[in-house]
Design a protein around this ligand. Structure first.
Ligand code: C2E
Ligand code: CA
Ligand code: CA
Length: 673
């Protein structure tokens, strides 16, 4: 019994639900008890008053005649005995007799003022057949006795109800705990235990004939079913998350795990990064499907080398990684991989001879953590590509310049993956109106350790590493996204120029990507792609075809840095080009250098005759600006108007224009560079 009480006590103060439950029962039961007791007491009170009334009536019936007799005979001693007898009756507290003049003849008892019931009766005597009024009899009955009895009843009801309520609630709590709460607690404990160990769970509950169909059992089996589904999905996701879907090889995530585990073990190993040479050509000439087929075949060959001590992963694109345990010479590792590329790859009866560039780095003597290992292997791989050797071991003795270049190359690639770039915009001014008529997007990179790096320094690295397509697509998408933000603050649309690389026009996938991106922006601005003239020289025919395809999508082309190359204007005008940007080296000193002035003058004239728009870039002074205007150069761009600024600065500039309503305001933006 004491065990049961202890459990009840514990369940009262352990689980919140039980506590709230018992408190609610007590509150409800108390309210009901009070209401019912109130009704009961009211009924008792009415009954008692009734009884008192009857008692007074009885006094009148039985005693009025004899009291009248005593008054008539003026027998005061007999009268007193009679009154004493009456006042001893229950609740009657005071009796008095008055004579005909209202003088009190005799009174017995205590004359209390409040809470009493009073009755008065006329005292008469029949003398010679005619009634005579002798006086009045006053009887008072106190209610205090009734009150006392009601209080007793109230206390008794309250105590019995409280005891009953307490016992019943304890019993309910006990049942509640036995039938529900303890199961729920076990459920929660089991779930908590499994989650803390991150293990799949299976909740167990003993099933009896009595409980097999109750809600708890349904809950338990639903939870177990849910867990099974989650577990299966989890396994599928894990598989997807750690394997490359095209080749079935482990992916970057697994490579990172493998590297961490090897580093933890402290045993020496090699990390290698493999990049297929000229893979882009396969994609461009045979199509992406063939490219994927080749990558799949490479995956198959590499899988043959997979052992517990030799691990392969696909990093993405045509890049693979390998981890070789031990400290065998780099040549041995490279040969193991290279022999897998000796046999040609067969693609629709075409034999493809592929070669790879392999960069190797060794742990622990060359790098000590996974990030450094990846970076050095990448550097070695680019070095290998540049030197056109079959493999290269990371060489810390590489001259500082090459090392810096190679490091920049890997960093820029990572910056692209980690979205460290942003775009700034420089305004282009209409020479006639002096108003902003276009924007040129210029990429900005704040390197985590080296600070601001000029695009002139890292764009060539990205061209070399084969990531320039991804970069240009990012620029296009970002510029269009930024423009959407700016649009609401513009009174008229602006042209939007982006810079693209020569290599972009040699890759068909650039065209595909541009189409996909542009489709996402329905109300896009006039898009201008700026390209340097030299860029068009490596494969002019192919570039021209690509340009024509892009022009069909509404893109205009602008020849950037015009004048620094060797191509003739008549040749360039055969390409689908709309604009010439005269290089800043001619603009900014044309006021002092007559030769440069003449070049600008004749370029503008010639461009006009070929129906090309001209932009003078690098306009730094008011004099240059007015010369350009006098020469009929259509647009001007340069620090005289604005440095390249962030989109936020541009928006607040246009907002201030909106507020001032002065569209001819001279364009002076505050540079945030
Ligand atoms: P660019 O296309 O000729 O860009 C103009 C460059 O001149 C910009 O340098 C700009 O800041 C600078 N500039 C503008 N006005 C003046 C001026 O009045 N005086 C002087 N001295 N310079 C002025 P930035 O931003 O360093 O860009 C350098 C080059 O990097 C660009 O030359 C362009 O070829 C390339 N670049 C920039 N952004 C991108 C991009 O998103 N993609 C590609 N592929 N190349 C880019
Ligand atoms: Ca440009
Ligand atoms: Ca330029």
């Amino acid at each position: 019994m004491s065990g049961v009480l202890r459990r009840i006590w514990q369940s009262l103060f352990r689980g919140d639900v039980s506590r709230v439950f018992v408190i609610l029962i007590l509150l409800f039961s108390t309210a009901i008890t009070l209401l019912l007791t109130g009704l009961q007491l009211w009924r008792d009170y009415r009954y008692e008053l009734n009884v008192l009334d009857q008692r007074l009536e009885q006094v009148r019936i039985s005693n009025l005649e004899s009291i009248s007799q005593s008054v008539w005979t003026y027998n005061l001693s007999s009268l007193e005995i009679q009154l004493q007898g009456l006042v001893r009756q229950q609740d009657i507290s005071f009796i008095s007799v008055e004579d005909g003049d209202g003088e009190t003849l005799l009174s017995v008892g205590e004359n209390i003022e409040e809470d009493a019931l009073q009755q008065s009766y006329a005292l008469t005597y029949i003398h010679r057949d005619s009634p005579r009024l002798l006086g009045q009899l006053h009887v008072k009955a106190s209610l205090q006795g009734i009150y006392g009895r009601l209080l007793n009843t109230f206390v008794v009801i309250l105590i019995t109800q409280a005891v009953k309520t307490f016992l019943v609630s304890m019993f309910i709590i006990y049942l509640f705990d036995r039938m529900l709460m303890r199961h729920l607690r076990r459920l929660v404990d089991q779930l908590g235990e499994h989650y803390s160990r991150a293990k799949p769970f299976n909740i167990e509950r003993s099933v009896t004939e009595f409980n097999k169909e109750d809600e708890l059992n349904t809950l338990v089996s639903s939870l177990n079913r849910l867990q099974n589904t989650i577990e299966t999905e989890h396994q599928k996701l894990e598989l997807l998350a750690s394997f490359d879907s095209l080749t079935g090889l482990p992916n970057r995530i697994q490579l990172k795990e493998t590297l961490d585990a090897r580093i933890q073990a402290g045993q020496p190993f090699w990390l290698g990064i493999l990049d297929v040479n000229d893979f882009k050509n396969i994609n461009d000439t045979l199509g992406h499907q063939s490219g994927d087929q080749v990558l799949y075949d490479i995956g198959l060959r590499l899988k043959c080398l997979q052992t517990p001590h030799c691990f392969f992963a696909r990093l993405g694109g045509d890049e693979f990684a390998c981890v070789f345990d031990g400290d065998a010479p780099a040549r041995t590792i490279a040969d193991t991989i290279l022999q897998k590329f000796e046999a040609p790859f067969l693609l629709h009866a075409v034999q493809l001879q592929l070669s790879v560039s392999i960069g190797l780095v060794s742990f622990p003597d060359q790098a000590s953590d996974a990030q450094q290992l990846m970076k050095f292997a990448d550097i070695a791989m680019y070095h290998c590509k540049k030197s056109r050797s079959e493999f290269a071991r990371f060489d810390p003795q590489l001259d500082e310049h090459s090392l810096n270049n190679l490091t920049l190359m890997t960093d820029a690639k990572q910056a692209l993956e980690n979205k460290q770039f942003c775009l700034h915009y420089q305004t282009q001014i209409d020479s006639d109106t002096g108003e902003v008529s276009g924007l040129e997007a210029l990429i900005r990179w704040q390197h985590p350790t080296q600070g601001f790096i000029s695009p002139d320094d890292f764009i060539p690295s990205l061209e070399l590493s084969g990531d320039i397509n991804a970069l240009s697509c990012w620029v296009l998408e970002q510029a269009l996204t930024d423009y959407e933000q700016l649009k609401p603050h513009l009174s008229k649309p602006l042209a939007l120029s982006i810079n693209i690389s020569a290599l972009n026009l040699l890759e068909e996938r650039f065209l595909d990507s541009v189409e996909v991106i542009m489709q996402r922006f329905s109300e896009r601005p006039q898009l201008v792609m700026e390209i340097t003239e030299n860029a068009l020289m490596s494969d002019p025919e192919y570039a021209c075809t690509m340009m024509q395809a892009l022009v069909k999508h509404g893109v205009e082309f602008s020849i950037d840095d015009y004048g620094t190359g060797y191509s003739s204007l008549s040749y360039l005008s055969r390409l689908p080009v709309s604009e010439l940007k005269i290089d800043r080296s001619f603009i900014f000193d044309m006021e002092t250098d007559l030769r440069h002035f003449t070049i600008v003058q004749s370029t503008v004239q010639l461009a006009k005759s070929l129906d090309l728009r001209t932009v003078g870039e690098g306009c730094e002074t008011a004099i240059s600006s007015s010369i350009l205007k006098d020469l009929n150069c259509d647009k001007q761009q340069g620090y005289f108007f604005s440095r390249p600024v962030s989109m936020e600065a541009l928006i607040s500039y246009f907002q201030s224009l909106e507020d001032s309503d002065d569209t001819s305001l001279s364009v002076e933006l505050i540079s945030d560079e």
